[in-house]
Design a protein around this ligand. Structure first.
Ligand code: PLP
Length: 395
């Protein structure tokens, strides 16, 4: 069995010959830290830091209201949305960037219910991210529907002609299991239902191909793999064929001509009608610039790199961790394993704290999960070895 030093040297060699190794230079990561939590909060990019400084000092500090009048901020949200569109496989103009994921999900579910009147059920996944479950329950109650929660693997089987909407995460936030987004979308359409996908844990790590899959609506998060910064604006995709769907919040920023201050609400064309209020300019500036880290990068190449990272980690788990009390809570099949890996251990919280004190950052997910994100833009193979070694030596 090779020793840790040999494993590290082999990994460092693979890093040095990786055609995507230059991407890490776009990140402003602190020295000496192995950051394996980019699926909770992506790191700062050099571009975002520069852009936010410029926006504060020049655009806001000096330009004041003139920065609106000059048009520097007016189309910042749609320009950001179009960068996200490429990453999730959506056509330009079909994504709005605004609000939080929670608020966008609320808007998307209302819009989805409006597309399929007269049906009684919203199907969701048991154990899905809390906000997704809370919002589905509220929208269902508001619209006179009921929520039917099923295990992820039973989604397709839970569909019949009484289902209005299927709402699920593309990648499960705990296990990283990838749902069959195209298959479930097709099954929903076959019974006349529509889909709302949450891409929070997939976009930027796993191809979503949301348009090719025929999905109806989708939402996602700006601050995870997209690195937009804490509380970054989120996004909402609406399929071009549903471009005329109603947003439940007819805000002035989703108006066809906000600065005409018109008497009547006239929705903007396409996704932009899902913008509600004024663009949060500083946060949007950070997200817009952070997305430059994806410039010139094929999502398929990122996915391949991410699969290599998680496969290497799993091999080390098999050798050093699973035989000694850790369990694997993520899929073994790389085809359905997303960008993170979750291990189980009764002392998970303590171990995560111990690792962080040694510069290896992951996170704890109750009750017993140690979750590590292998963001393919910047995590290195050497860090994978460092993580496995830190875990092996922690006990
Ligand atoms: C992270 C995450 C969210 C976050 O919602 P916010 O409103 O942006 O805080 C929502 N859904 C899922 C599945 C997530 O992973």
């Amino acid at each position: 069995m090779p020793g840790w030093q040999q494993l590290h040297d082999e990994a460092a060699h693979a890093d040095a010959t990786d055609p995507l190794r230059h991407l890490r230079d776009r990140m402003a990561l602190p020295e000496g830290v192995a950051y394996l939590d980019g699926n909770s909060l992506g790191p700062l990019t050099h571009a975002a830091r520069d852009a936010v400084r410029r926006a504060v000092d020049e655009e806001w500090g000096t330009g004041l209201i003139g920065s609106w009048a000059e048009g520097r901020w007016v189309d910042l949200a749609p320009r950001t949305a179009d960068r996200i569109a490429r990453i999730i496989g959506a056509p330009a103009g079909s994504v709005a960037c605004a609000d939080s994921t929670t608020v966008n999900l609320h808007k998307a579910l209302h819009a989805a219910v409006s597309l399929v009147p007269g049906r009684r059920r919203i199907v969701t996944v048991r154990g899905d991210f809390p906000t997704d479950r809370y919002v589905a329950a509220r929208v269902a109650a508001d619209r006179g529907l009921v929520v039917h929660q099923v295990p992820a693997e039973d989604l397709a089987g839970a569909l019949d002609s009484d289902v209005a909407v299927v709402s699920a995460s593309h990648v499960d936030f705990r296990s990283a299991r990838i749902a069959d987004l195209p298959g479930i979308t097709a099954a929903a359409h076959a019974v006349g239902a529509v889909t709302v996908w949450d891409l929070a844990h997939s976009a930027g790590a796993v191809p979503c191909d949301i348009h090719a899959a025929g999905a109806d609506l989708a939402v996602g998060c700006g601050y995870k793999y997209l690195n937009g910064g804490p509380g970054a604006p989120a996004y909402l995709y609406v399929a071009p064929r549903h471009a005329e769907v109603t947003s439940p919040i007819p805000g002035w920023f989703g108006h066809a001509d906000p600065f005409a201050f018109g008497e009547a609400y006239v929705p903007a064309a396409g996704a932009r009608r899902f913008e509600a209020g004024t663009t949060p300019v500083l946060g949007m500036t950070a997200l817009h610039a952070a997305l430059e880290a994806f410039d010139g990068v094929e999502i398929a190449a990122l996915r391949a790199r991410g699969m290599d990272l998680t496969a290497r980690f799993l091999a080390l788990c098999d050798e050093h961790l699973l035989p000694r009390g850790m369990t694997l809570q993520s899929p073994r099949d790389p085809a359905v394993r997303g960008g993170h890996v979750t291990l189980g251990h009764p002392r998970a919280q303590e171990l995560v704290r111990h690792l962080a004190a040694n510069g290896v950052v992951g996170d704890f997910r109750p009750p017993d999960g140690l979750r590590f994100g292998f963001a393919p833009l910047y995590v290195t193979r050497a860090e994978v070895v460092r993580l496995a070694r830190a875990l092996a030596e922690a006990r």
